[in-house]
Design a protein around this ligand. Structure first.
Ligand SMILES: Nc1ncnc2c1ncn2[C@@H]1O[C@H](COP(=O)(O)OP(=O)(O)O)[C@@H](O)[C@H]1O
Ligand SMILES: [Mg+2]
Length: 283
């Protein structure tokens, strides 16, 4: 096992390696989240520094979306604390969290498909209008990252390609001028080449000063494009550390992510043809 990767039983202080949590932009401290009687998260902790890129990976059902929804105010933790920029935000209403500077691009994008690109961007701007910012300068600044959207400003979102729709999702999130951008399943339904372009755009956005938290099923790509990462399994953080250390340890990825970890250019594995036939002659 790589010595710099932290393995943990208790998830306190897991992702603080090289990262002063006092200076963290976002601190998620031992949160539990329930759906009615079902506990989806157990003492999940993570920190994101100002301007950092962090990946949250894990198998289907591990709790990635639930963690993002708790951060952005769509779910209230039943225990633990979430702090953004030194202020507690756990359980705060989602619209207030956006105003504090966290933008969440949900799984499946949730665009207004019948509205134009421009109208979708306008919808992402509401929190800033309140803050008195000028729409046009914000839109132009965001569009600089997405020249293709500028060309398609008057086209309905539903007529864009999948990759362009995901760009619009990111662009709409950026319209709220966030300090932290959260993206759930960046690659959903997209070809690896397009995902790679999207990661390049996120890197550009990050260089301009926005911290990024991504949930991603292409684990190798997620790790190659982030500074640090946390692995969730069954609602708990089981591993955390610098992304390059996790990337260098395929054993760890195999243990916690199994079949959920295709390399970007590899097709998903098919079941073996040599699997033994089921026999029904046992009594
Ligand atoms: N609305 C819901 N009601 C009940 N259980 C849910 C709901 N959403 C998710 N869950 C459960 O919570 C767990 C974590 O789900 P989720 O956060 O969506 O995982 P991931 O995003 O990692 O695939 C799963 O066991 C899932 O079945
Ligand atoms: Mg999910």
């Amino acid at each position: 096992m790589s010595p710099s990767v932290v393995t943990t039983e208790s998830s306190h202080d897991v992702i603080t390696d090289g990262n002063d949590s006092a200076a963290a932009l976002l601190t998620v401290d031992a949160i539990d989240v329930h759906y009615g009687p079902i506990q989806a998260l157990r003492a999940v902790s993570l920190t994101i520094g100002s301007g950092e890129r962090v990946a949250l990976v894990g198998a289907n059902g591990a709790g990635k979306t639930t963690t993002l929804r708790a951060i952005s105010g769509l779910l209230a933790p039943t225990r633990g604390r979430i702090t953004f920029d030194g202020e507690p935000i756990g359980g705060m209403a989602a619209n207030k969290v956006v105003q504090r500077g966290i933008a969440h691009l949900p799984e499946g994008r949730e665009l207004f498909f019948g509205l134009s690109v421009e109208e979708n961007l306008r919808a992402g701007f509401w929190s800033q209008r309140r803050a008195g910012r000028a729409y046009k300068s914000q839109r132009d600044q965001v569009m600089d990252h997405f020249p293709i959207l500028r060309e398609r400003a008057h086209q309905a979102a539903g007529t864009l390609s999948g990759g362009e729709q995901q760009m619009l999702g990111v662009a709409r999130a950026l319209m709220s001028n966030p300090r932290l951008l959260i993206v759930d399943e960046l690659s959903l339904g997209l070809a690896p080449k397009i995902v790679s372009q999207l990661f390049d755009i996120l890197a550009e956005i990050n260089r301009a000063g926005t911290a990024v938290l991504i949930v991603e099923q292409f684990v190798h790509m997620a790790l190659a494009n982030t500074d640090r990462a946390a692995v969730l399994a069954k609602g708990e953080v089981v591993l955390a550390g610098p992304s390059r250390d996790l990337l260098a340890d395929p054993q760890l990825i195999a243990t916690y992510l199994g079949e959920q970890a295709p390399k970007p250019d590899e097709p998903p594995r098919r079941p073996s043809r040599r699997a033994p036939k089921r026999t029904s002659n046992r009594t």
